[in-house]
Design a protein. Structure first.
Length: 208
């Protein structure tokens, strides 16, 4: 016979933390309404499965009522489709083995709040039927993504070779002032004419 209970939907990872203090800091044993939607959708929390916790009638401290790992996909879809930021108070109808807090196979499971309802048939082995769990992708830390240097324009061909440099022609040497003119230049002809003139003057003086 199915049991009906009103309690809070929590993920098993946070519930099993020391003193039932969730990853987001919520005290699940005393204030499960503070458990955040974002925390319940962390990949490691989704993979751990979900449970229903209810308050102890004498102390008011919350305790485990049923483990929902057999219908984990339905529980995950319920959380992921919710617009709530926290306060996952739900009403559950399920057949539960009170010895191990597990759902019994072959029975109908229903969970609802003021906005939505999910239903699943628990498999004979304890697993939900026709359930596909869409695990959320892991978040990427932007600090771990290497920066890519921008490619300068006209640098698409990595195999292109640099153009060969044409050597500049060496400047012509300019003779320094007072240096002798090279052979065969006009300087030689001027010197010869000067010597010839001196010889002619000397001969004239001897004749006289």
């Amino acid at each position: 016979m199915p049991l009906v209970a009103e309690g809070y939907l929590v993920d098993n990872l946070c519930w099993d933390m020391p003193n039932h203090i969730a990853i987001d800091g919520a005290d699940l044993a005393n204030d499960p309404a503070a458990h955040s939607h974002k925390c319940m959708l962390l990949p490691q929390c989704v993979a751990s499965g979900y449970s229903i916790i209810t308050p102890d009638p004498d102390t008011g401290v919350y305790q485990l009522w049923a483990n929902l790992s057999a219908v984990n996909a339905s529980a995950y879809n319920f959380v992921s489709n919710s617009n709530k930021t926290n306060n996952f108070l739900v009403t559950v109808s399920a057949t539960v083995c009170m010895d191990n807090k597990q759902l019994t196979g072959g029975n109908l499971f229903t969970m609802s709040d003021e906005f939505q309802t999910v239903t699943a048939t628990v498999g004979l082995s304890g697993g939900g039927t026709n359930e596909v769990l869409e695990t959320p992708p892991a978040e990427v830390n932007p600090e771990l993504v290497p920066e890519v240097a921008p490619v300068p324009p006209n640098a698409t061909d990595t195999n292109a070779t640099a153009p060969e440099e044409t050597p500049e022609a060496a400047p012509e040497a300019t003779p320094e002032a007072g240096s002798a003119p090279p052979p065969g230049s006009d300087g030689c002809r001027l010197a010869f004419s000067y010597v010839f003139a001196l010889v002619s003057i000397a001969v004239s003086m001897v004749v006289m």
